[in-house]
Design a protein around this ligand. Structure first.
Ligand code: SF4
Ligand code: FES
Length: 358
């Protein structure tokens, strides 16, 4: 009989769970779900060696373990730090983490163009979502942004290097999934860029998957780009008998027309099964596929607009994190002694002043 693994306890944002030893803090937080799971721009479960590049997943470890309860001196990357027995972690409950994440987003946006209105990734872009949660309206950056020539990486993929955040996901995908990697990150520091060696095109059979793993709009599908906005399309799960891959995909319809084909993604936006180029780029007729039904989408996603079949409600963790139900409607007089109940702000002539509360 296989020996049962001893589980260890970890508390993240006041919620305690038991996980297997060797689990990263990020994956432990994903088991809890909802807002407790830190955002991740470079970590990708299916890609070996990914993570540790973008720093969006930083968390505070306020207690190292039962054996050594000292807090960790700095914020740590949750995708690269494993849990210890008795560890206590703060994500959304730590002002330090929120502050650091705001800073990381500011860094990621230093060179990133704000071209969401014309970017094909808009509506399903991790950086766009992150900017809504942690971005500022302005920038403190005073230098010229990096600009690059546009590259077509082979017949199917367009690279917009200005949008790349150098997360390495596409490099790992090409390395681990295709039979020959022909692109990588060239140069160092501010000059780093994704490029093919001497302009070689990427035509490996599974190379289309780099479009799906790219968290931003740096790699786009040339058979789909500029044809539609993602929130006008209806995603439908479908499969076909494919000799190269599992053939399980999402078809993106507008009316009767299939605009694009992508791999299916899980709740963390990660590909469930890699698909081949033929399924992705060459099978755009409904007759090529067996339709399974509408894709399940997160209710918070912009893609759910106007498409309410199969919409999933995300896990609600806030009451557990706070230890009480959030007070959505609050009577200000019951929580503040400054405001006198007999004074009605709407009845004051002009703006309220401290004299009104004497
Ligand atoms: S092109 Fe996309 S996937 Fe590749 S490193 Fe840049 S952001 Fe990451
Ligand atoms: S997801 Fe952890 S550092 Fe990028």
């Amino acid at each position: 009989m296989p020996e049962e693994k001893k589980l260890i306890k970890v508390t993240i944002d006041n919620i305690t769970i038991e996980v297997e030893p060797g689990t990263s803090i990020l994956n432990a937080a994903r088991m809890i779900g909802g807002d407790v799971a830190p955002p991740a721009m470079c970590y990708y479960t299916k890609l070996k060696g990914s993570g540790g590049k973008c720093r969006t997943c930083l968390v505070e470890v306020s207690k190292g373990s039962t054996a050594d309860p000292r807090p960790m001196p700095k914020l740590v990357a949750s995708c690269r730090t494993n849990v210890m027995d008795g560890m206590e972690v703060k994500n959304i409950t730590s002002p330090k983490v929120i502050d650091a994440r705001n800073g990381v987003v500011e860094f990621l946006l230093l060179n990133h163009p704000l071209d969401c209105p014309i970017c094909d990734q808009a509506g399903e872009c991790d950086l766009q979502n992150l900017s809504y949660d942690h971005g500022k309206e302005g920038t403190r950056y005073q230098f010229a942004r990096r600009t690059f020539e546009k590259h077509s990486l082979g017949p199917y993929i367009q690279l917009h290097m200005t949008r790349c955040i150098l997360c390495y996901r596409c490099v790992f995908t090409a390395d681990q999934l295709t039979n020959e990697r022909r692109h990588g990150i060239l140069d160092r520091g501010d000059h780093s860029e994704i490029a093919t060696y001497i302009e070689k095109s990427l035509d490996n059979d599974f190379i289309g998957n780099i479009i799906d793993v790219c968290p931003v709009g740096a790699l786009t599908d040339r058979t789909y780009r500029f044809k539609n906005r993602v929130w006008f399309l209806n995603p439908v799960d479908a499969h076909r008998d494919c000799p190269k891959c599992k053939g399980k995909v999402t078809l993106w319809y507008r009316g009767d027309e299939v605009y694009r084909v992508t791999a299916r993604k899980d709740q963390w936006g990660e590909v469930m099964d890699w698909i081949c180029n033929e399924c992705r780029f060459e099978k755009k007729q409904t007759s090529d596929w067996t339709i399974e039904g509408p894709t399940k989408i997160d209710r918070h996603s912009v893609i759910s607009q106007g498409h309410y079949v199969g919409v999933q409600k995300p896990t609600e963790t806030l009451p557990e994190v706070m230890g009480r139900q959030p007070r959505l409607l609050m009577d200000i007089h019951s929580v503040s002694e400054v405001n006198k109940p007999k004074i009605h702000l709407s009845e004051l002539p002009g703006p309220a002043h401290s004299d009104d509360f004497k």
